[in-house]
Design a protein around this ligand. Structure first.
Ligand code: FDA
Length: 452
């Protein structure tokens, strides 16, 4: 067992933990980062699968994500635009395929009006929400007591309008059914991205990608930290008290003045605390759970949809794959589609054989792009639900009533222990931008306490 002493021990080498460690070091403090996996990056993971470079985890950067953009600049990373020329595809409740331009789906005029009105209402509500403290909204408790699906029912009788608006937050973001989270949680999701309109605008929210993959961020940050990053070191025990902490993993033990727990909140309770964490934290962490989505990649010899006049962007709340995009990798002449299968639909395809799962998913893609979509050269499913050190995708959100009840203590430190993760962020919540913001804020709070 290697025993080391540092000013701060950071637990978790995702974007948040590595940013915190980098900032702490810049301020003159010594750090050690303990990472459970044999790689850094957590939910950022770029890999070569059967000769194709794929983003198994997070990948997109949007123009408002200034903390992430600054980090990309600092690390000298270049970005490129997602392909978006041509027509988008929408499939309605009867299975009819229609093409369209812009953000509003080609639905009946009455439904379109309902969708526009709902977006306006949501934008107005979101403008009143401070993403850093949604619980402070005067109606926070009421909004947290009603599920997003029920709230939508109180706004419109048009089912197709509700399904479409619900999809943007449920399947596409929180990756839970719209009956499983509150209207307040939905508003936080939209407020964290600036507005509901931003979430609806795929050209905004899914704007750029990073040459070499987004995992370059944690990889390069870790490279700078060098030997202070310890892989294969899951922290099992954290002793803490007024004088500091001792983080104990299988092969390294770090004594430090402060700890940064930079892990998804659902994994906080996998560590044994001596003494136990206070009642409030023990309670609140039980009210957060991971969403679940399968990210599917299909690589073809050519981006055939482009020659058919399609952008690759496709949506349908009625399809197994509820959204899909052109995800061709920078410089690769082949065409790649990425699609998403969320929450209960994801449970459904994991209940069938691997072969049937693949067939069902490809069939759904073929409904958008035609039969050519049925025969990719490479097919890959990101299965984050099976990853012991993540347990779902994309991130964690509160159960009904949890955000108003516990939200204010989400980021409150416990003695020498600070919490840092994208899932705890306000602006940039559930995104790499939020992970980095939290890392910066957490480091600043520790630097102030340390008097460094
Ligand atoms: P993260 O989970 O990445 O890191 C935590 C680290 O802690 C992990 O490395 C884990 O192994 C480690 N750990 C856990 N317990 C430990 C213990 N006891 N001891 C030691 N180490 C421990 N975002 C975005 O901005 N754009 C996008 O396009 C997407 N798309 C997307 C797709 C998919 C499929 C996923 C899964 C996620 C995204 N995201 C995204 C979300 C984004 O990836 C995510 O918000 C951040 O990467 C989270 O970074 P954190 O550092 O907060 O946690």
């Amino acid at each position: 067992m290697q025993k080391i002493e540092r000013d701060v021990v950071v637990i978790g080498a995702g974007a948040s933990g590595l940013t915190a460690a980098t900032e702490l070091r810049k301020a003159g403090l010594t750090v050690a980062v303990l990472e459970a996996r044999d790689r850094v990056g957590g939910r950022l993971w770029t890999d070569d699968i059967d000769g194709a470079t794929l983003e198994i985890g997070g990948q997109w950067v949007s123009p408002d994500q200034d903390a992430l953009i600054e980090t990309l600049d600092d690390l000298g990373l270049e970005t490129y635009e997602r392909y978006r020329e041509g027509l988008n595809v929408y499939i309605g409740p009867t299975g009819e395929k229609r093409t369209f331009e812009g953000e509003i789906f080609p639905v009946a005029a009455q439904t379109e009006q309902e969708i526009v009105t709902l977006i306006e209402k949501l934008d107005a509500l979101v403008a009143e929400i401070d993403p850093d403290q949604p619980w402070a909204h005067p109606l926070a408790k009421d909004l947290d007591e009603i599920s997003f699906s029920r709230w939508l029912e109180t706004q419109t009788e048009d089912e197709e309008a509700r399904e479409n608006i619900g999809m943007f937050i449920a399947g596409a973001m929180l990756t839970k059914p719209a009956h499983a989270f509150s209207a307040l949680q939905a508003l936080l999701m939209a407020a964290s991205a600036g507005s509901f309109s931003n979430l609806v605008d795929a050209d905004f929210i899914l704007d750029k990608r990073v040459v070499g993959g987004l995992q370059q961020v944690p990889l390069l940050l870790a490279e700078r930290l060098g030997d202070d990053v310890h892989l294969n070191s899951p922290v099992r025990t954290l002793r803490w008290g007024p004088d500091g902490v001792t983080a104990i993993s299988e092969n390294v033990e770090v004594s430090a003045r402060f700890a940064v727990l930079a892990v998804p909140p659902i994994l906080i309770s996998r560590i044994s605390y001596e003494p136990p964490l206070p009642r409030r934290q023990q309670q609140l962490h039980q009210h957060l759970s991971m969403g679940f989505v399968i990210k599917v990649h299909a690589v073809y010899s050519t981006p055939f949809w482009r020659t058919n006049g399609l952008s690759g962007t496709a949506f349908s709340p009625y399809e197994l794959v509820h959204e899909a995009y052109d995800n061709s990798y920078h410089g690769d002449p082949r065409g790649t589609l990425v699609g998403f299968v969320a929450d209960e639909a994801a449970d459904g395809v994991f209940a069938v054989s691997e072969e049937e799962r693949k067939q069902r998913i490809l069939e759904s893609l073929s409904h958008y792009y035609g039969d050519e979509a049925l025969t990719p050269e490479v097919f890959y499913l990101s299965d984050w639900g099976s990853e012991e050190w993540t347990r779902g995708a994309y991130a964690a959100s509160f159960d009904m009533g949890g955000l108003a009840r516990y939200g204010a203590d989400l980021r409150t430190p416990v003695g020498p222990i600070h919490f840092s993760c994208s899932d705890l962020a306000g602006k940039g919540y559930q995104h790499v931008d939020g992970a980095i913001r939290m890392g910066i804020e957490t480091a600043a709070a520790i630097v102030e306490r340390a008097g460094a």
